[in-house]
Design a protein around this ligand. Structure first.
Ligand code: HEC
Length: 217
């Protein structure tokens, strides 16, 4: 239907005449539409993947939050890496083991912990072929820990286990703790690891994790 295209062609002609009529004083070859419209989003400074960071002069396009900034809904975790006992004594799990929370905890555990700690917490995850084998989470020691001691490990890391504070938030860690408790109900008590220090002695400790409100991952 050639006739149907006519109005379109006319509109295009009219708009190009209009644009040609506006003298924006631009050098030849510049696009008047872009140069004339300062709000055009294509014209802003932006990050492109794999390119140098325009804002922070970093080698990658990744941006870290400003120091001291807190994401919406993020709760600060105030304990340093060596304060597991304090966290255990003071923190109370804000979650109840409802089916929804347990499902969430299972999801978090199976997304972030299972690779090392294994499907049932025995410390036999797939990457332990290459990575130091963690002790079982089914030992009497871990069963006796208060929830705060358990949540401290993902929030701050422990020796070769890195902090997960950038990957999961505190509520997700609490839910994972409840899932570990649930697994403990169904699994036999594991014997204490034979030589806990020997297994990780050759591995340098993970760097002290930055608090969630800024710094490095
Ligand atoms: C990259 C492997 C890895 C991942 C992922 C990982 N861990 Fe660990 N975890 C370890 C290792 C290794 C240890 C033992 C560290 C040491 O030598 O003290 C450990 C220790 C622990 C301990 C203390 C156990 C004890 O008896 O001292 C807890 C609790 C724990 N992890 C929970 C978690 C939870 C919860 C997650 C998921 C959010 C998680 N870990 C993810 C490797 C991992």
């Amino acid at each position: 239907m050639p006739n149907a295209r006519r109005p379109l062609a006319l509109a295009a002609l009219a708009s190009s005449l209009l644009l040609a009529g506006c003298d924006l004083g631009l050098p030849a070859g510049r696009t008047p539409h872009r140069e004339g419209n300062r709000l055009d989003m294509g014209d802003q400074r932006k990050l492109k993947p794999q390119r140098k960071d325009l804002f922070l002069a970093r080698p990658t396009g990744l941006m870290e939050p400003q120091p001291g900034s807190v994401a919406a809904g993020e709760a600060l975790y105030p304990y340093a890496q060596n304060e597991a006992d304090k966290a255990g004594a003071e923190l109370v799990n804000p979650l109840q083991p409802t089916p929804a929370v347990l499902a969430r905890g299972k999801f978090v555990y199976e997304s972030f912990c299972i690779a090392c700690h294994g499907a049932k917490g025995a410390g036999d995850g797939k990457v332990t072929a290459l990575f130091p084998k963690p002790p079982s989470l089914m030992t009497q020691k871990v069963r006796d820990w208060p929830d705060g001691q358990l949540v401290h490990r993902p929030m701050r890391g422990q020796n070769s286990m890195p902090s997960h504070a950038r990957q999961i938030d505190q509520n997700e860690a609490w839910a994972a703790v409840l899932w570990i408790r649930e697994m403990q109900k169904g699994e036999p008590v594991a014997p204490p690891p034979a030589a806990p220090a020997a297994a990780t002695a050759s591995v340098p400790p993970a760097p002290q994790a930055a608090p969630p409100a800024g710094g490095k991952s």
